[in-house]
Design a protein. Sequence first.
Length: 376
Amino acid sequence: MKFTLNTAEEDNRPIFITGNFNKWNPKDYHFQLKILDENTYSIDIEDQLLDDDIEYKFTKGGWENVELDQYGNITPNRKVKKKSAATNDFVEKWRFNWGPFKDEFFPIVEVISEEFYIPQLDRYRKVWALLPYDYYISDKNYPVLYLQDAQNLFNEGSAYGNWEIDKKLSILAEYGRGDVIVIAVEHGSEDRIKEYIFDNDNVANGSEGKKYIRFVTDTLKPFIDEHYRTKKDRENTGIGGSSLGALISLYSGFLYPEVYSKLLIFSPSLWIEPNNNFPMMSFRVPFKTKIYLYGGEQEGSKMVKRIQVFENYLKRWEKKNLFDFEFKTNINPDGEHSEFYWSQEFPRAIEWLFYNNTENPVEVTPQQENIKNKTN
């Protein structure tokens, strides 16, 4: 079957077709279109690969770069019968790194405290809340994700760039995936390494990770649950971060599985625990825990290998009945150890952790359309 595409926008990114014939893989090089002329592309797909009823979309190599309509909205899945033998499609616009972002879906960003007291460390720290855009006009209770390194999560002008989680949460909200409160805790600057190292004085003299974990779990979480409409149970509580922030989040999940059921782990500093000797509590019944693991092949020769070894340790712990893990690992061949790549991964991790599926936000009917349909 021949698929032909014309597009109004010109750029040099390759175009892929994805659908129910390749498990909706948005960057499958077996399904890359060939250029016919300046704005026309095509691909021939063998009939035996196709269902009788075909659903598909076009991307520029990822859901963050998927096709859009002329207003910047998601397009519905394209549908065609295999017996048609050929299609001719047109794409008005393309996403670029998840954009454009719609102001009406941006989260409400609040400073909980400029100087939140940490009794375990006798220090003060700035803490933020990112609330769903409709938080104050709804009566819903929300799951919560605690993230480390707030300086690098959404503030413009941060030294190393940022994850732009405010923008990414707006994208998720647009597609009905934004009902999550994010609590962002700023790191301790010169104390960051000590606070994120659990118990390894060879790396950080006077490591304080135990106390930091107790702060988030025993002090901050009860405060958040008291002052915001949260779902307090473990099934609706997650913790995460990148690099050392990911490492301390792993410790938190293993030591307090009765509190955290979801771990967002980006480029973890597993070199600090080369033998994966993570301490963990012993419980009569193993807790089911979801772990989203991400790493980039350009982060250093050992990053991906360490993540793979860590996966094997998770499986061993399962066999010992210590945990009941569900984990998803995404390795980016182009990924470097930087906020830009963690930003790209954030929407995928949120959806998998909190919405119990692997479907990408762009494959979901937009919330605006849902509202319109309900009123018709």
